[in-house]
Design a protein around this ligand. Structure first.
Ligand code: ATP
Ligand code: MG
Length: 325
């Protein structure tokens, strides 16, 4: 089967920072692929580079960047504009990234549709109202006439999702779409995305640092560290048998109900994600890794377990280390 989205060996350099260093991932139709990792590891830059929305001064290289089987890595701005908001859409942690404070919800939503489809204004308004209702907004007619600042955070997030769906996209990239929301609204939004996915067959690339969310919604997980995917596996397998020392570290940081107070930061792996320079060799996690050996400064192969679990480490699959004791 052709993947809906296929990224091979994506590299992004911003000034002297190697923000993404050889990331590969695929999203199938109807699948939720979660991208996890600590702050600064390159999740957002990976997403933005797929959408063709990288910050100025970034340099992107890929071996392949395919959408619905078509290579889009060489697409210019006009061709990307044709795809964006239309066949692939993105939602952000902060809704005001995609909502313009100066226009009503209705005019922004209808504009997206009319940019890509030959529909009348009335038909576009109907579609906007229908989608607002679909994302659980009551009195959609009223909301269409309001400005973003008149809505609560949760409502704005829903409006942003509805707007992303105006053209019936095949792929939705969601970058921490619920981080800024309280837990109840967060659960509603995630449920909504899951429903929409079932109804519309959407492929979703969901960026989050919340492993609880991953466990609930992901079909597949890719763990990023310092610009690389260091492990990728079907969700159940990743949680049951993580291989990369970084993944194992992340999983031991998952809070245990009752033992961790609310709003307490997650327990974490000592140290921070390093800012990578181009030309770095060896494993980027080695300074923080409890299993580090001399081999970690050299190059090593990507290891494969079965046909869909990979990790990038000098250790053999199934290794038992000091951290496991
Ligand atoms: N506009 C920019 N200019 C320069 N460097 C940037 C820019 N945006 C991101 N970077 C750098 O690229 C690297 C990857 O950043 P990215 O935003 O993708 O991380 P992230 O995984 O999304 O983190 P977070 O969880 O905090 O959102 C970091 O080293 C970051 O400092
Ligand atoms: Mg980010």
């Amino acid at each position: 089967m052709t993947a809906l989205l296929e990224v091979q060996d994506l590299r992004v350099t911003i000034g002297s920072t190697a923000a993404v260093r050889g990331t590969s991932l695929a999203v199938d139709k109807g699948e939720t692929h979660c991208l996890v990792g600590e702050s600064g590891c390159g999740k957002s830059i990976s997403a933005l580079s797929i959408m063709g929305l990288l910050p100025k001064g970034s340099v992107r290289e890929t071996r392949a960047l395919r959408f619905a089987g078509e290579e889009i890595g060489g697409h210019g701005e006009r061709e990307m504009e044709h795809l964006r908001g239309n066949r692939m859409a993105m939602i952000f942690q902060e809704p005001m990234t995609s909502l313009n404070p100066a226009y009503t919800v209705g005019s922004q939503m209808t504009e997206v549709l009319r940019r890509h489809r030959p529909v009348t204004r009335a038909a576009a308004v109907d579609r906007a109202a229908e989608l607002l209702a679909r994302v659980g907004i009551t009195a959609p007619g009223l909301r269409l006439g309001q400005f973003p600042h008149q809505l609560s955070g949760g409502l704005r997030q829903r409006v942003m999702i509805a707007m992303a769906l105006m053209c019936d996209p095949e792929l939705l990239i969601a970058d921490e779409p619920t981080t800024a929301l309280d837990v109840t609204v967060q659960a509603q939004i995630l449920r909504l995305l899951a429903e929409l996915q079932k109804d519309l067959g959407l492929g979703i690339l969901l960026i989050t640092h919340d492993l609880g969310i991953v466990a609930r919604v992901a079909d597949r997980v890719s763990v990023m560290y310092a610009g690389e995917v260091v492990e990728s596996a079907p969700t159940a397998e990743l949680f049951a048998a993580p291989e990369h020392p970084y993944t194992r570290g992340l999983l031991t940081c998952v809070p245990v109900p009752g033992k961790v107070k609310r709003d307490e930061p997650l327990g974490s792996i000592p140290g921070v994600v390093p800012r990578m320079q181009p030309g770095f060799t060896g494993c980027a996690f080695r300074d923080r890794c409890p299993e580090v050996t001399a081999a970690c400064s050299g190059s090593f192969p990507r290891r494969t377990i079965g046909n869909d679990h990979q990790f990038l480490c000098t250790l053999e699959p199934g290794w038992v280390g000091s951290a496991a004791a």
